[in-house]
Design a protein around this ligand. Structure first.
Ligand code: FNR
Length: 342
């Protein structure tokens, strides 16, 4: 199967399999304040994450590219949406553009329609330092995402089978990169141990890409005849993964993704200590079912909801939201107790 066809397959199956609510955010409850002593007008959503300035703490995460004209159209729409809010947008894996120059346009369209905004390049951990640089230059990107998708590769019949040396290659890219490097999972979550390994090789940004949203085991199993169903429930729920990452001391910026569906999820992700939250599957679903204009409206509503939630919590800015108290219940409470994370 060609790469382009596989990319289109992923979009179709991602829309079909949809998003579960297994991210763990329903196990977090804010403590209501009767006297928040704040005016809604005082709430500011803007934030700075290690030098990356965001107008609000959200971004559109890596999805498409390399699927020919169809993905070019989606990328143009996603870039226009990102531009409307001046929020960062990550492109899908650019490895295919390195192999086939004809595919470059489906990525370059992002910089064209999001000319002054933050754009994140995206490669796999098989990339060399030179390939990583080419991908950053292709988009004049402001940061580089390196994705880790071991479970997806294992379930994919034509997927990689050798995962050795990834940390060493990532370390080399970090050393030579002129833009911040974000190492990301794709829906199976990062543990405290993983984030510690990344910190030790100099990675300052992690996108914990937790379980509970788009599920690449389900997506790849849908494309197989002999299913590997045991991977369908595999992974660290997003809420637990944020807490795992925050348990690592030091200068690591934590981005929360995996099953982020609304402002309530975002507020909880930030209260757990994340600095921003990214959405992939939910934005794709809006775009597919409601079109570009309605997707802009959805994000507009989401930002308004986030402002209201912050006002209720008395949080004037993202730093204050990161400190609000909450109660943990259910699976996430068990998870953090078992892992001795407070
Ligand atoms: C993705 N994702 C992804 N990630 C990545 O780093 N490179 C890629 O090329 C892709 N491709 C891709 C295609 C499609 C159709 C989807 C839905 C997703 C993964 C994505 O960035 C994110 O990590 C996961 O989808 C989990 O977030 P959501 O979807 O639950 O918000």
């Amino acid at each position: 199967m060609s790469r382009a066809k596989r990319k289109l397959d992923h979009i179709e199956h991602a829309l079909e399999t949809g998003q579960s609510r297994a991210s763990g955010f329903d196990d977090i409850q804010f403590i209501h304040r009767t006297f928040p002593d704040i005016s809604v007008e005082e709430v500011s959503l803007s934030t700075d994450i290690g030098g990356l300035n965001l107008s609000s703490p959200i971004f559109i995460n890596a999805m498409t590219g390399g699927g020919g004209k169809d993905t070019e159209v989606i990328n143009r729409q996603l870039a226009q949406i990102s531009n409307a809010f001046n929020i960062p947008m990550a492109v899908g894996s650019q490895m295919s553009a390195l192999k086939d120059k004809n595919e470059m346009d489906s990525y370059k369209v992002v910089r064209q329609y999001h000319p002054k905004g933050l754009v994140f390049a995206n490669v796999g951990s098989e990339a060399t330092t030179d390939q990583a640089k080419l991908c950053v230059n292709m988009l004049e990107a402001d940061a580089l995402q390196i994705h880790m998708n071991v479970i997806q590769e294992l379930v994919m019949p034509e997927g990689d089978r050798d995962f050795t040396g990834a940390l060493t290659r990532i370390e080399q890219i970090v050393k030579s990169s002129e833009v911040p490097v974000i190492v990301k999972e794709v829906g199976f979550g990062m543990s405290r141990e993983t984030v510690y390994q990344l910190k030790e090789i100099g990675v300052n940004f992690v996108d914990i890409g937790g379980f509970g949203g788009t599920n690449f085991s389900l997506i790849e199993n849908a494309r197989r005849t002999r299913r590997m169903a045991f991977f369908d429930q595999w992974g660290i729920p997003t809420a637990a993964a944020i807490a795992e990452a925050k348990a690592v001391s030091g200068p690591v910026h934590v981005l929360a993704t995996g099953g982020i569906q609304n402002a309530f999820d975002i507020s909880k992700a930030l209260a757990l200590g994340a600095e921003a939250a990214g959405m992939a599957g939910r934005v794709l679903k809006w775009l597919n079912e409601e079109g570009e204009e309605q997707t802009i409206q959805q994000i507009n509503d989401l930002l308004e909801d986030l402002t209201m939630i912050m006002a209720a919590l008395g949080a004037r800015n993202i730093k204050e939201l990161q400190k609000v108290p909450f109660i943990l219940t259910g699976e996430i409470k068990n998870w953090l107790t078992e892992r001795h994370i407070d």
